[in-house]
Design a protein around this ligand. Structure first.
Ligand code: TRP
Length: 412
């Protein structure tokens, strides 16, 4: 990424279901366009996805799928930083600080929480309750100028602004108030089986959406079985939510105006319209799927994209976090931060010599242990490191994380 002096846009999508055509039309397409005028931080909100149960394997696979699909849809990784929320620990660190300033009542009033928790709010997970606070942390860490989100996130944006103002008035100007909340342009697609609810990737019924990676025969079936309305005219209108939605989809994938589509199908049957629509959708998704296939197997590239994105996001967010910690009176513990954190009232202007714990000496050695033949797999190596710790705490070992027996005791 170059220059960095363009306005900053930050946004995120949860890997809570497969990316689908509503995400492309309502979000990704706009993000691709905004890259020209904005510096872009595109976050895969994997921690937010944990607020509802996820299958670990599916979550991991889908996260990579998102990266590859972002690129396949036109996100230019030279211009945009794509990163996993969980790779940047400042998000959860700020979450805690904000938690300590958030009244429970504010979160109880959130429509999304009420919708998802239903009547059993006391049985809902704390993470679901806390969702808006993590989102506020995501945004405030970067001082984003523009946060493109869907309508359903407006209340969370309002909450973010409120928290930023509250923090600033208590501790001084740290946060930029995210003034702009541009609703996603483009049409909002509704469920194929239930046109009264928004098309959503986390819908348990996969027939409600067309996934970006659905094969042609699946797309044909989903559109053929989509709900239509009584009557037979292919016309948009309040009394025809099913057909209106299919017309919106047609318009989005073809770039045509709704009126001209209606004119073309005047006097034609729903079935014919739906058949043509399915072919249009297939043609539209074909090039995306082709690009996806050429990227998806390239683990080196995908890893590189995420590393690059996380480096950039960390660099920015850690600077903000240090300012926040400073403002609220935490003694910063890292060598780098001591420059920022001289105590107020210190006459000599020198930071005092706080005992700063030295980084665990064990680390380089442990890294070596992770690079051995048996530990090629990342997951295996994580387990190995954990096991090494466990050993160290039980029997002394002169293990991979201690040079001498003496040192090992010290760690205990
Ligand atoms: N809550 C957003 C959604 O479901 C995803 C998200 C998480 C997000 N953190 C964000 C969007 C920060 C914008 C900015 O759509």
């Amino acid at each position: 990424m170059s220059g960095l002096r363009k306005p900053l846009m930050l946004t995120g999508l949860q890997p809570s279901g497969p990316l689908m055509i509503g995400n492309y039309i309502g979000a990704l397409k706009d993000w691709v366009g905004l890259q020209a005028t904005h510096e872009s931080l595109l976050m895969i909100a994997d921690l937010h996805a944990l607020t509802v149960p996820q299958n670990p394997e599916v979550l991991r696979r889908r996260s990579f799928e998102f990266v590859a699909l972002f690129a396949a849809c036109g996100i230019d990784i030279e211009k945009s930083a794509v990163f996993m929320q969980s790779h940047v620990s400042a998000h959860t660190q700020l979450l805690w600080v904000l938690n300590c300033m958030t009244p429970m009542g504010d979160l109880q009033r959130m429509t999304q929480f009420k919708d998802k928790a239903g009547r059993r709010a006391m049985d809902a997970q704390v993470g679901l309750f806390d969702y808006p606070v993590l989102m506020a942390a995501d945004i405030l860490l970067y001082g984003a100028d523009l946060v493109p989100v869907g309508d359903d996130q407006r209340q969370h944006m309002e909450f973010t602004r409120r928290m930023a103002r509250k923090f600033n008035s208590t501790y001084g100007q740290v946060f930029k108030i995210p003034a702009t909340c541009t609703p996603r342009t483009g049409s909002r697609l509704m469920g194929l089986q239930d046109p009264a609810t928004k098309m959503s990737k986390s819908d348990p019924n996969a027939d409600n959406y067309v996934a970006l990676l659905d094969p042609p025969e699946v797309i044909r079936r989903k559109i053929r079985t989509a709900v239509t309305d009584s009557g037979s005219e292919v016309r948009s209108g309040a009394s025809k939510p099913g057909i209106s939605n299919l017309l919106a989809l047609y318009a989005a994938v073809s770039g045509e105006r709704t009126e001209s589509i209606e004119a073309r199908y005047a006097g034609k049957r729903y079935a014919e319209f739906k058949n043509h629509l399915a072919e249009r959708v297939i043609d539209f998704l074909g090039p995306i799927q082709k690009r996806y296939r050429s990227i998806a197997g390239d683990w080196v590239l995908l890893g590189e994209i995420l590393r690059h994105g996380a480096d950039l996001a960390r660099e920015r967010s850690e600077t903000t976090l240090a300012r926040i910690y400073e403002a609220i009176g935490l003694v910063t513990g890292r060598q780098d931060d001591r420059r920022i954190s001289s105590p107020r009232g210190s006459t000599r202007g020198q930071p005092p010599d706080f005992p700063v714990p030295s980084p665990a000496r064990a680390l380089p050695k442990r890294r070596n242990a992770m690079g051995t033949e048996e530990t090629k797999e990342l997951s295996t190596s994580a387990t190995a490191a954990t096991n090494a710790d466990a050993e160290c705490l039980s029997d002394c070992c002169v293990c991979c994380c201690c040079d001498t027996e003496e040192e090992c005791r010290m760690e205990e």
